[in-house]
Write a protein that binds this ligand. Structure first.
Ligand code: UD1
Ligand code: MG
Length: 431
């Protein structure tokens, strides 16, 4: 079936108490609105986003990430409300799915349910013990006969437990007919999209209530809602990964970005955070490590290590308190307390405890190149740019400022000297 999708995202989101537009707040690493856009694009080649508050900012952010979407700016001053939002929209396909930009948890399964039922209008309905805050859906003989917004409800209508979840599938010709007829004679003086339901019913059209899970259709309106949505999204991501074969220890303590991918047998210990487009392949990430936008292949990381963006680690061992940034390590061991940034390190090289690539000179970043089978002694500083070829030994405690040659021993230390009996001269001798 060909459908068009309209995403309503013009609302202000005052309760979010943030300068960031509400729909650009992230859930599991991805903007709420982008969760909805991704779902929409899977279903349709005709997706329209309706904007008003901070419209330019939101549109620019969308266009950084997506091509080919349509944008409509609502005239929210003269035509406020969800009906007003639909006024400038025109769609190419005969059926139109209307979504909200602040519902990142809706699943494909629920959208399929809504788009596959055959009626003139399908609307999402939740049955709630406490229906306050929502529009009440009046259902007779399995059909919807009207929607009443909370502020317009009579005391009896307030008791209705079936509420409008806010997502609809509507025939395009009905939208084209009814949207221009909307009026704002209601408590909020808004143009309600929901009024098209009673218009359709009066015309003898069929409006089906489609029951959907409350968890998915809770809009995010505050930072508290955002945190709740995060918990649900994280649970889903991790359950799916474990079903796909990832081992997780105490999964409630693990954070995984929705864009991260896993292949082969991976093991993730407690307290790990994986951010961005990380790719983890046949690897073991130990407790309390952080991996950001990096590729980890046949490697073990941590505990308590940090792998920062654009790192590529293959067949590598990274131990505790090691920070790696924008570096390519292949067949490397870096077991303890190091900083490896803007570096390339080859097969069989060993990085001793406390090694630091001094990649920043106060103005610019510089590269460190370390070849194969290099032994970098503990507490070495490599002052970049610097190049160490294959088969080099660097003595512990060296400050390396010059390139070496293959086969060298490099050392730069003050020669050790001993002063005989100094201890006793200073402290005296005990009896
Ligand atoms: C709406 C429904 C209500 C339903 C509820 C479910 C109407 C009249 N009421 O309530 O029956 O129970 O959703 O959450 O539709 N938006 C615009 N322009 C506007 C106003 C809103 O684009 O002028 C967008 C918002 O960004 C949001 C969506 O529409 O994505 C819903 O807006 P919201 O204010 O949350 O819905 P309500 O009017 O409270
Ligand atoms: Mg409203």
């Amino acid at each position: 079936m060909s459908i068009s999708v309209v995403i309503l995202a013009a609302g202000q989101g005052t309760r979010m108490k943030s300068d960031t537009p509400k729909v650009l707040h992230k859930v599991s690493g991805k903007e709420m609105l982008f969760h909805t856009i991704d779902a929409a694009r899977e279903m349709s080649d005709d997706v329209t986003v309706v904007l008003y508050h901070q419209a330019e900012k939101i549109q620019a952010k969308i266009e950084e990430n997506y091509d080919g979407l349509n944008f409509v700016y609502q005239d929210a001053v003269n035509y406020p409300g969800t009906g007003g939002a639909m006024m400038g929209v025109s769609c190419r396909h005969d059926k139109v799915l209307i979504l909200n930009g602040d519902m990142p948890l809706i699943t494909r399964e629920s959208l399929d349910k809504l788009t596959s039922a055959g009626a003139d209008i399908n609307m999402s309905v939740i049955w709630l013990r406490d229906s306050s805050g929502y529009g009440r859906v009046i259902i007779e003989d399995m059909s919807v006969v009207g929607i009443v917004e909370e502020k317009d409800c009579t005391p009896e209508q307030k008791l209705i437990k079936s509420v409008n979840a806010g997502i609809y599938l509507v025939r395009r010709d009905l939208l084209e007919r009814y949207i221009p007829l909307l009026e704002n004679n209601n408590a909020q003086k808004e143009y309600y999209l929901t009024d098209i339901v009673s218009m359709a019913v009066e015309d003898g059209k069929e409006v089906h209530p489609i029951s959907v899970p409350e968890e998915e259709f809770k809009g995010v309106n505050s930072k508290l809602d955002l945190a709740h949505a995060e918990v649900i999204m994280q649970r889903r991501i991790k359950e799916q990964l474990m079903r796909d074969g990832v081992i997780m220890h105490l999964p409630d303590t693990i954070y995984i970005d929705c864009r991260a991918t896993f292949e082969g047998e991976c093991e993730i210990e407690s307290g790990v955070a994986i951010h961005g487009y990380a790719q983890i392949i046949n690897s073991h990430i130990k407790s309390n490590s952080v991996v950001e936008d990096s590729v980890i292949h046949d490697s073990d990381i941590g505990p308590m290590a940090r792998i920062r963006p654009q790192s590529k680690l293959t067949n590598t061992h990274i131990g505790n308190f090691v920070e790696v940034k924008k570096s390519t390590l292949k067949g490397v061991k870096a077991g303890h307390l190091s900083y490896l940034g803007d570096s390339t390190i080859g097969e069989g090289s060993n990085i001793g405890a406390g090694v630091i690539t001094c990649n920043y000179d106060g103005k610019a970043k510089h590269q460190t190149f370390i070849g194969k089978n290099v032994f970098v002694g503990s507490d070495t500083q490599l002052v970049a740019p610097v190049r160490i070829p294959d088969d080099v030994m660097i003595a512990a405690g060296s400050t390396v400022t010059k390139d070496a040659e293959q086969g060298d021993l490099v050392l730069s230390r003050t020669p050790q000297k001993s002063i005989k009996g100094f201890f006793y001269r200073f402290f005296g001798k005990s009896e």
